[in-house]
Design a binder for this molecule. Sequence first.
Ligand code: ADP
Ligand code: MG
Length: 467
Amino acid sequence: MEKILNAIFLGWNSAAECLWDTWSKASRSPRVVGILGPVDEGLLFRTAHSPRVFSSWKEVKESAAIDLVLDFQGRDTVPLKELPPGTILIPKEVTDLMGELCTVAQEGVKYKGVVETARDAVVTIDESHRIVFFNKAAEEMFGYSKEEVMGQDLSIIIPRPHKDRHREYVRRYVETRRGKFIDHTVDLTAERRCGEEFPISISFSVAELGGHLLMTAMMRDMSEVKAMERKLLQNERLASIGRALSFVTHEVKNPLVVIGGFARSLLRESGLSHGQREKLEIIAGEVKRLEGLLEEIQDFSKPLRLNRERLHLGPFLEGEISILRDSEICREVRVDVSVEGDPVVRADRERLRQVLVNLIKNSLEAMEKRGNILVKAAQGSEGHVEITVEDDGKGIPEDKVEDLFQPFFTTKPGGTGLGLPLCRKIVGDHGGEMSMRPRPGGGTIVTIRLPLEEEGEEDPPREVPSR
Ligand code: ADP
Ligand code: MG
């Protein structure tokens, strides 16, 4: 037969009550034979089989449900020898401690719930730089599941140059308990699973648990904020450049028209020597070139007035490219077009043609007029079409991409450096975005994202002439 373990609570509180409840339900648990301590008047006795509160000592003694009655009334200590063998005494300090633990655990559960569903990524590491906590937002931000990263070294989410530095930093902190980042927010970069580095705002805190240090980082993805900041700065810069340009072009244009006009009228005169004629032709030619440049600058510096219409991109791209294909400059270049579905946008046909021509020209110049160009239109993110112009030319360095969009940045002897900024401006005024990246395997891909025409959006009705 199994030995029955008896238990006596030396004090009664919520933790004791909780234990009592649990034990009463399980047959192999200790059998509670008594609770020592005053409850209102007399002693409180209960049994595992018939939990009851007795109102008087007499009632306790007379009850047949009590397995064993121990009379400790009025005593401070428990006479061990009077207890049945195997009886365990549960001191009040134990149940008090258990009560506290329960509260902490409940708070912990609550806290864990809050942290788990927080918008910020929360990652905790131990002293040996291993991940011990990784919340949902962290899973989304970094692209790893919690199961994958638990127990792994934190360096998987730290970009390469900082991996060892961070481990060293933590080691030093554990040793000295001193670190300049603790309790501060700083801007750093982190690395997603796909290898992409991105800016984060991060704050660190440290907690000591059972003699061990747990270091927690709360991180917010700043990619969008930073992109927005960049854009704002860029717009501001462009606006001020634009103002300066429109002033200068205005000042230069009139004298230029006069110079050009005189040169042309002189050219019409008879009796010019060959040398004089040649010089005048150079003047007229240069004036023409400068007028072209001024036109480009003006396009760039003044607000565009868009003449929007419903445009089916498929036929539009096919048409434009077939004209280009027939031109002399595309003789040794293969230009392909591929359009997915029938994307319709509201756009200024002339301006969009200007963008396309600019991009194709850049591609041609990048591949010394021999190679392949592919113009594609496909469904982009929700409600957008993505037009890409791909070439296998000499390509662009990844870290210089944004420079190329700066006005007057050019690597060509006769270049103006206004093509790309103007294209971006036109696309931006259409509510779209334009970016560039190196093409894997060599060359360049330019991407234009335009909002698709919404359902029911139509050209304003033309007025019907009344009779
Ligand atoms: P420009 O053509 O007058 O130089 P852009 O603004 O059109 O001015 O282009 C700026 C610079 O970007 C070019 O000088 C070139 O270095 C680079 N670039 C543009 N498109 C491409 C491309 N498809 N391939 C390689 N480099 C390019
Ligand atoms: Mg160009």
